[in-house]
Design a protein around this ligand. Structure first.
Ligand code: SF4
Ligand code: SF4
Length: 334
């Protein structure tokens, strides 16, 4: 598979620093029951990398020490990690809100029948990926039969109370384009999703998050293979909106990989671009911003360190976060 990483490292993306950290995004591993064409983590059924119990304990310790309000779980399919239930229930005991980035077909897999009730018991915010409301587009991107299984999974969530107007059990959906284009405007696409899923299947949800595709990993390789990389980067750079710099998600989250190493965001994690350790400047050591020379930083090194005002490692891929309406794990920025 061709790799865009060497093309992304040298960039004129404006320098940014972290504000107040309020979210810990944790990748529980790359195991997934699907292998989507756009997947930026190259997840799939054959991946074996999974966060172990010791690292989960370090995550809980970090949540407590830094008084983090939101634990954002991702993967792969985070539910496929055997530590998933333990981490969710322990985080809830700390009064941390837990968000599960769920591929809704997991609810149809044998062994995961417990999930809807478990989500309710722990008031988990479910963010379910559904890259289109049309069957042929979902199956093209995610595999044959995935649309119908996703619909069945979403219905199970609706049946236990997710997605209604009370706002108690939040069900948000995620869209990303299949091609090398910017995503459509979030509010109008949300209205289309609501109408189509409601009329066709009776499905309800709270919000639609619209994401731009990152030019990395599987999607990046596809851009290179089709000769679309340069055009896609021009598209992202040409649509740069400076106001989005204030709200890019790395401003208030950090991302942790399955081994406990820390990055400014999930995308930097996938590009092996580690966070800058905050105490470097305090001990008068030079800050290493050349990512090819940086050592990874582990969560346990950051238990007592403030990350506020820490410089964020950026690259050409960051233009995907600032193009047009902006893009983050919570959808459009503006
Ligand atoms: S469901 Fe998500 S994690 Fe799994 S392969 Fe698809 S995009 Fe990747
Ligand atoms: S890819 Fe986006 S979230 Fe990640 S460091 Fe760049 S701007 Fe921040």
């Amino acid at each position: 598979m061709q790799d865009t990483r060497p093309l992304l490292l040298d960039s004129d993306f404006p320098p940014i620093r972290r504000g107040q950290l309020d979210t810990l995004q944790v990748n529980l591993g790359y195991l997934c029951n699907l292998s989507c064409t756009h997947c930026h983590v190259n997840a799939g059924p054959d991946r074996t990398e999974l966060m172990d119990h010791e690292t989960v304990e370090q995550v809980l310790e970090f949540l407590q020490r830094h008084k983090i309000g939101l634990l954002d779980l991702t993967g792969g399919s985070p539910e496929m990690n055997p530590q998933f239930r333990y981490l969710v229930t322990e985080a809830r005991k700390l009064d941390v809100v837990v968000m599960d980035r769920c591929n809704p077909t997991i609810l149809e897999e044998p062994g995961y029948e417990y999930l809807p009730e478990f989500f309710v018991q722990n008031q988990v915010v479910v963010v379910a990926s559904l890259p289109c409301y049309m069957e042929q587009n979902v199956d093209k991107q995610r595999g044959k039969g995935v649309y119908q299984e996703s619909v069945a999974g979403l219905k199970k969530l609706n049946a236990v109370g997710y997605g209604n107007d009370s706002g108690e059990l939040m069900l948000n959906l995620v869209f990303n384009p299949d091609d090398a284009v910017l995503p459509p405007e979030q509010q109008s696409l949300q209205a289309e999703y609501r109408q189509s899923l409601g009329e066709t299947h009776g499905i309800i949800f709270n919000e639609l998050f619209v994401l731009a595709n990152m030019p990395i990993q599987r999607f990046g390789a596809r851009l290179l293979a089709k000769g679309q990389y340069v055009d896609y980067m021009q598209l992202l750079r040409g649509a740069f909106v400076a106001e989005n710099l204030d709200t890019v998600m790395c401003r208030n989250l950090i991302s942790v990989d399955y081994q406990g190493f820390v990055y400014d965001c999930d995308f930097n994690q996938m590009l092996a671009m580690p966070i800058i350790e905050p105490n470097r400047s305090a001990v008068n050591e030079p800050i290493v911003t050349d990512v090819t020379k940086k050592m990874p930083v582990h969560l346990k090194q950051l238990l007592d360190q403030s990350l506020t005002d820490n410089p964020i490692i950026t690259g050409e891929h960051c233009y995907a976060c600032t193009a047009g309406q902006g893009s983050s794990c919570g959808g459009a920025l503006s």
